[in-house]
Write a protein that binds this ligand. Structure first.
Ligand SMILES: CC(C)(COP(=O)(O)OP(=O)(O)OC[C@H]1O[C@@H](n2cnc3c(N)ncnc32)[C@H](O)[C@@H]1OP(=O)(O)O)[C@@H](O)C(=O)NCCC(=O)NCCS
Length: 151
């Protein structure tokens, strides 16, 4: 676990499959996803189970006062990609900022990339205020201090 007493990131478990499905199928989330068509439950469940087994992927649940209110995914690879969603019931209240700060701190030793659609204003604001810099196309990057000093 990582975070202050009221805000926490914890690793996802199989028990999170339902709540993450409810978030994933919400139109406000689908709209800004790379695949805009909502998955059916079985596809989501398969994806979730495989993701929990994948050693290059970490799924995190963001909690406020013990309640799950968001999901973050980090894929380790050529680009270490972070993606974030906050429960559509509670967006625009600053939770995305808290969650992203926690994840950036946890992965502070590696460069992090984010894929953001050009019309996703909330997400562009969120990533840029957390020091992600636009690289090209839809990609933003937060350079780790470690890689900054290693050239
Ligand atoms: C993008 C997302 C994670 C932001 O989380 P959030 O909790 O709503 O964001 P915050 O409240 O911390 O606000 C972050 C910034 O976005 C701005 N913002 C929030 N909602 C906004 C909206 N609907 N329109 C424009 N700006 C918005 C805030 O004002 C803030 O910017 P500021 O500090 O310059 O004022 C959330 O909206 C979300 O889950 N969206 C759907 C999924 C998604 O798009 N994920 C990102 C894919 S890359």
């Amino acid at each position: 676990m990582t975070g202050s007493p009221s805000f926490k990131l914890r690793k996802a478990t199989l028990q999170d499959v339902d709540i993450t499905y409810q978030w994933q199928i919400h139109p406000a989330v689908r709209r800004f996803s790379r695949i805009e068509t909502p998955p059916d439950f079985e596809d989501h469940q398969n994806w979730f189970v495989q993701s929990l087994k994948n050693r290059y992927r970490e799924i995190w649940i963001f909690e406020s006062a013990g309640q799950p209110i968001g999901q973050l995914r980090v894929d380790i690879g050529d680009k270490n990609e972070v993606s974030i969603l906050i429960s559509p019931d509670v967006t625009g209240k600053g939770y995305g900022d808290v969650a992203l700060k926690l994840i950036c701190d946890y992965y502070r030793d590696i460069d992090l990339w984010a894929y953001v659609k050009v019309d996703n204003i909330a997400s562009i604001k969120l990533f840029t205020k957390n020091k992600f810099v636009h690289q090209y196309g839809n990609w933003y990057m937060l350079r780790s201090i470690k890689s900054m000093y290693s050239g």
